[in-house]
Design a protein around this ligand. Structure first.
Ligand code: GLA
Length: 584
């Protein structure tokens, strides 16, 4: 079949009729799979005719040659559900996706190659991309619009112009898509100033921006004399970083911008329609001189909030869209029911250092190995060595990626944070031969710019009083399963990183928010589902718990608290999110 979507000098055409794409980003990997249908239905109800998703390579190929596309990664099912709602899909398979996603979606095992040059013609990178596309694309072909599926267009790379000027690489990726049978229109997207560097001959250029549509569309027109005008990322909100405020954008102002864009005849994709959540260890980070990890919530102040409920923006956008396109004559869905549970004690505990053997195996090396050298993607590494001195110790670490807690004989003696550019900590060693433990958290690989070559753990040399410290044990702690951990009842305060466990009794599962107020820093799981990271510095103080994670009756809840648990160890579940203070 020829492509239902066609690109003409005046604009898009779908099945022979003039067409405007009104789309919204919805990342299947940030939403529980049992909620995909609900979110897609709401996309249709807002008046969208299309949804857009990236594809996260690092989840689909967790280890070289080991591909996954099942359960929460069942992209074909997501595409089928979109089609059931009558929605088209814009597919953005990367390989690099930015998206505030761990490492821009590039698998961390690429970084096990010392000299690899990501997002370039480096054969080490290209071979891996070929293998990945060779897995992914054949499985997606039946979902292209040319074969009756919902995918009307596919993006080449992502904002490549912001990364490099390398036409050969973009041409290579374009050819690769073609070689794998992708026969729907292709497009690139870039910020207006980068359009020239990010474009490919014969491929539609589109622009990403959040304001001043007339000016930005004019820049796109100046770059591309004919063809549809499209804003592929209309930034209607923004993401948050730890230690910052919760960022919001005024809905009336963004709705007016949308109106201006649609009046100019442009096609649009809201970034985001529904942000969802960076569950587990999947958040990315930025590093423009200072490393700043993105928080767990990806609410994005979007038309659907993190829990999938329509916000003020949903209504405002729907009203604007209705001026230009048909909008379903159905009521805006009411917010989903929420649970609140005032008190869930966590009486059982297990110390991380005390049960290190149950959590991961150790390998030895002269100098510390990076997480990538250990073949590990996410989580923590526990490094251990013997202190050769008694008395004053100055411990210097060349690279801490990203946050190290230092212990002597299992007692905490300091923290080194990459975000604060810290490299040295001073403490007293009780004796020659005292044990040194350094627990390093991967807080999320950088997803934007050259800093994506972001190796984790202790990177480089560690010195004690100026001498290189050798003889290390390196233990991967991916924390994928806590099954082997022996928990015991205890009411005494715990020292050092400790898992705390309790039972949450629920009659009928519903969405809820786990409040982490009173706790310091760590990770939370319910029924083995990793809800993500919490941190007292905020802005967010709740973790979203999707209803499908819960079951009627008893639910297992575990917090790994890295520092200090409250005196009375308990959590509560709220019926509203607390994403922190805003600037408004
Ligand atoms: C860029 C990227 C997106 C995302 C946004 C910010 O436009 O292309 O993936 O990172 O910035 O949210």
């Amino acid at each position: 079949m020829s492509s239902p979507l066609r690109i003409h000098s005046e604009g898009f055409e779908l099945n022979g009729e003039p067409h405007r794409i009104i789309s919204g980003s919805l990342h299947y990997f940030r939403v529980h799979p049992r909620q995909w249908a609900d979110r897609l239905n709401k996309a249709r109800l807002m008046g969208l005719n299309t949804v857009d998703t990236y594809v996260p390579w690092n989840l689909h190929e967790p280890r070289p040659g080991e591909f996954r596309m099942d359960a929460e990664l069942d992209l074909p099912r997501f595409l089928d559900l979109a089609a059931e709602q009558g929605l088209h899909v814009l597919l953005r398979p990367g390989p690099s996706i930015c998206a505030e996603w761990e490492g821009s979606g590039l698998p961390s095992w690429l970084l096990a190659e010392p000299g690899i040059n990501l997002r370039t013609q480096d054969p080490l990178y290209l071979d891996a991309v070929e293998a990945y596309f060779g897995f992914l694309l054949p499985r997606l072909l039946p979902h292209l619009a040319t074969r009756g599926g919902p995918v009307i267009a596919v993006q080449v790379e992502n904002e490549y112009g912001a990364y490099a000027r390398d036409g050969a690489h973009l041409a290579h990726l374009t050819a690769l898509l073609g070689r794998h049978g992708v026969d729907v229109p292709l497009f690139t997207c870039d910020q207006p100033a980068d359009l020239e560097r990010g474009s490919v001959n014969g491929v539609l250029s589109t622009a990403n921006f959040g304001s001043r549509p007339t000016e930005n569309l004019a820049a796109l027109r100046a770059h591309q004399a004919a063809g549809p005008l499209m804003c592929t990322e209309f930034w209607i909100g923004w993401f948050d970083r730890w230690g910052g405020r919760h960022v919001v954008r005024n809905s009336a102002e963004v709705a007016a911008t949308l109106d201006e864009m649609l009046a100019a005849g442009a096609s649009v994709n809201f970034y985001m329609f529904h942000g969802g959540t960076n569950f587990g260890f999947t958040n990315g980070a930025n590093d423009k001189h200072t490393y700043r990890p993105t928080v767990t919530s990806y609410d994005y102040d979007a038309p659907l909030d993190e829990a999938g409920d329509p916000t003020e923006k949903f209504t405002a956008f729907r009203q604007v869209i209705a001026k230009y396109a048909p909008v379903p004559d159905e009521p805006v869905p009411a917010p989903a029911r929420k649970l609140s549970v005032p008190d869930v004690p966590l009486p059982r505990s297990a110390s991380l250092l005390g049960h290190r053997d149950a959590l991961g195996e150790a390998v030895t090396s002269a100098e510390p190995l990076t997480m990538e050298q250990l073949g590990q993607d996410f989580g923590f590494v526990l490094y251990e060595a013997t202190l050769p001195v008694a008395g004053a110790v100055l411990l210097e670490a060349e690279g801490v990626h990203d946050r190290a807690q230092v212990f002597v004989d299992e007692q905490p003696v300091g923290v080194l944070e990459r975000e604060s550019h810290e490299h040295a900590v001073a403490f007293a060693s009780p004796r020659v031969g005292a044990s040194l433990s350094v627990l390093v958290e991967n807080q999320g690989r950088v997803n934007y710019g050259p800093a994506i070559h972001d190796r984790k753990g202790l990177v480089g040399t560690v010195r004690v009083n100026g001498e290189v410290l050798t003889g290390w044990s390196n233990r991967s702690l991916p924390l994928r399963s806590l099954d082997g951990l022996p928990f015991a009842d205890t009411s005494a305060p715990t020292v050092g990183p400790t898992f705390h466990r309790g039972v949450l009794t629920v009659e009928e599962p519903a969405d809820t928010f786990l409040s982490t107020r009173g706790w310091t820093k760590g990770i939370a799981w319910i029924n083995g589902f990793n809800l993500g990271r919490y941190w007292s510095r905020g802005p967010q103080h709740t973790l979203y718990v999707p209803a499908p994670v819960l079951r009627p009756g008893e639910n297992d809840i575990v917090l790994l608290e890295l520092h200090a648990a409250p005196h009375r160890r308990a959590v509560h579940l709220r019926d509203t999110a607390d994403l922190g203070p805003t600037d408004d």
